[in-house]
Design a protein around this ligand. Structure first.
Ligand code: BYC
Length: 476
């Protein structure tokens, strides 16, 4: 296993000290990153002591070291998973050939586009969550938010390393641009839609971690299959950190459901008004937040039929998650995939697309199945408590802005409907202004160790075997 050198200004396991030009270029970028972090990261908590996990190695045992850190002193660095000896290309036209240690010239712009898109999401999410610390429901949750923020910062470093090390001057320019675009900026927004949505409350934050970080899992797994080995290795390591972000989303939403069920039991009612009087999140309100973040995150997979997706698969640039273990045919030159598209007359038809062009949809399908798992768990909780309410994912045709269903009005089940009916029903399907006001009213900060806001149950256990009432953040 390669170890991480923490004596360096930029901790790394890529032997940066022996590449002075690259080291200088990255050391030039480092203060810009810190300036960005100070301006748009969780800057009001710069003096707080936070119980954080830092990577010390890249294997299963070595990568987690816990300790108290002030966030601006976090050791962001460059960590690649160890190489796999004699790794060969796992999919596409060059299947079976040795993987590449450099970017082939003919695929340069395709690689750069994907790496920049991936890199752009990381600082975007930190920007989206910039002010959340002020309304944390507990110190435990505050610490988890900050853990996620510093790790997204590190994931930005991961993509910036690849850009600097393998893309020369245009890579360095792209790295600057990653700090120049900002979430929600009118003139220079982030690249992908969801990363421009504000996250101003913790219900949105947990939905984002559940749905949007899960897109991260699927995209990173696809890039971890890449024939460009340094990209594959960096994504493999990023995935270990991503798992915690989804855990925060899943347990956060599960704890909200648990608290709501407790309140429903206490008051003997499932009426939203009565639940709100007790300061909890009624389940129909939760459902509307799920509808919003799920439908937005579905767009992140791109169009159902995409020539970009076909090209990146054919060229060995971006594969499918778990390409080796989940699929028999790694070339997909002759197969097809059935997709549902609008028939142009208000209905739905099935259409066969060449498999390579349908890769975005293949990923989206797998993603939807993965999203279902948490809902099943929460629905079990609800059922066990004796209620018949069921949380549901809306159809993948609902409220889409990208692809075949973009701007086609459908109901939650994905049935095409008239624009008028759609506009009329929408306030019941997505969080309304009054829903958002209510959720905002719940966002009162709780910072006494072990105490939780009234709308969320405590976690089952603390971090790294510490008790739930440990002082995970000292606010100073
Ligand atoms: N919004 O052929 P198309 C994460 C663009 S999350 C706006 O349909 P293609 C994280 C697309 O870029 C994972 N634009 O699909 C989570 C293209 O633009 P250009 C992020 C969109 O090309 C939480 C055009 O539409 N990583 O890590 O196959 C916290 C036509 O595209 C959207 C990646 O996504 C959208 N939703 O693109 C922190 C991996 N969707 O080039 C982090 C890298 C598509 O014509 N990206 N477009 O100007 C990719 O693999 C692919 O670019 C896409 C699909 C998945 C985005």
């Amino acid at each position: 296993m390669s170890t991480i050198d923490y004596s360096e200004k930029i901790p790394n396991n890529v032997d940066l000290a022996n590449d002075r030009t690259l080291q200088r270029a990255l050391e030039h970028w480092q203060p810009r990153f810190l300036e960005w972090w100070k301006e748009l990261g969780p800057n009001d908590f710069a003096n707080s002591d936070v119980y954080l996990r830092t990577a010390v190695g890249v294997d299963a045992q070595g990568w987690a070291h816990y300790g108290t850190v002030k966030m601006p002193d976090y050791r962001w660095g460059i960590f690649l998973a160890d190489p796999i000896a004699d790794r060969t290309i796992g999919f596409g036209d060059s299947f079976g050939q040795p993987v590449w240690q450099q970017v082939p010239g003919e695929f340069r712009s395709q690689f750069r586009r994907l790496i920049v898109t991936q890199g752009d999401t990381e600082p975007a999410s930190v920007e989206q969550q910039h002010r959340l610390g002020h309304t944390c429901p507990s110190l435990y949750d505050l610490r988890n938010l900050f853990q996620i923020n510093v790790e997204e910062g590190r994931h930005l470093w991961a993509m910036v390393y690849i850009l600097h090390a393998y893309f020369g001057r245009d890579g360095r320019e792209e790295a600057e641009e990653l700090l120049a675009r900002h979430s929600g900026d009118v003139d220079k927004p982030r690249i992908l839609g969801t990363f421009n949505e504000p996250i101003e409350d913790w219900l949105s934050f947990f939905c984002f971690c559940y749905f949007t970080d899960r897109d991260g899992k699927f995209q990173l797994k696809s890039l971890a299959e890449s024939s460009f080995d340094p990209l594959a290795r960096t994504c493999r390591f990023m995935l270990t950190e991503e798992a915690h972000h989804m855990f925060v989303g899943e347990t956060g939403l599960g704890r909200i459901v648990r608290r709501t069920l407790e309140v429903m039991k206490e008051i003997g009612s499932d009426g939203p008004e009565a639940i709100r009087r007790r300061g909890a999140v009624d389940l129909p309100l939760l459902q509307r937040y799920l509808n919003f973040w799920f439908s937005s995150s579905l767009d992140l997979f791109g169009s159902e039929v995409s020539s970009n997706a076909a090209t990146t698969f054919a060229n060995g640039i971006k594969g499918r998650p778990d390409e080796t273990t989940q699929y028999q045919d790694h070339v997909c030159a002759d197969s097809s995939f059935e997709i549902e598209v609008p028939d142009g007359k208000g209905g739905i038809i099935k259409d066969a697309s060449p498999m390579r062009n349908a890769m975005n949809e293949v990923l989206r399908d797998a993603y939807i199945r993965d999203c279902e798992i948490g809902l099943k768990r929460w629905n079990m909780q609800i059922k066990r408590a004796g209620y018949s309410f069921e949380l549901k994912l809306p159809s993948n045709r609902f409220r889409r802005s990208i692809g075949a269903w973009a701007n086609i009005p459908t109901d939650l089940e994905g049935r095409p409907i008239g624009r008028e009916e759609y506009d009329r029903c929408m306030p019941g399907w997505l969080p309304s202004a009054s829903d958002r006001d209510y959720v905002k009213s719940l966002m009162q900060r709780v910072v006494e160790p072990g105490k939780m806001a009234a709308w969320i149950a405590p976690p089952e256990r603390g971090v790294n075997n510490l008790p739930v009432d440990y002082e995970y953040v000292r606010l100073n």
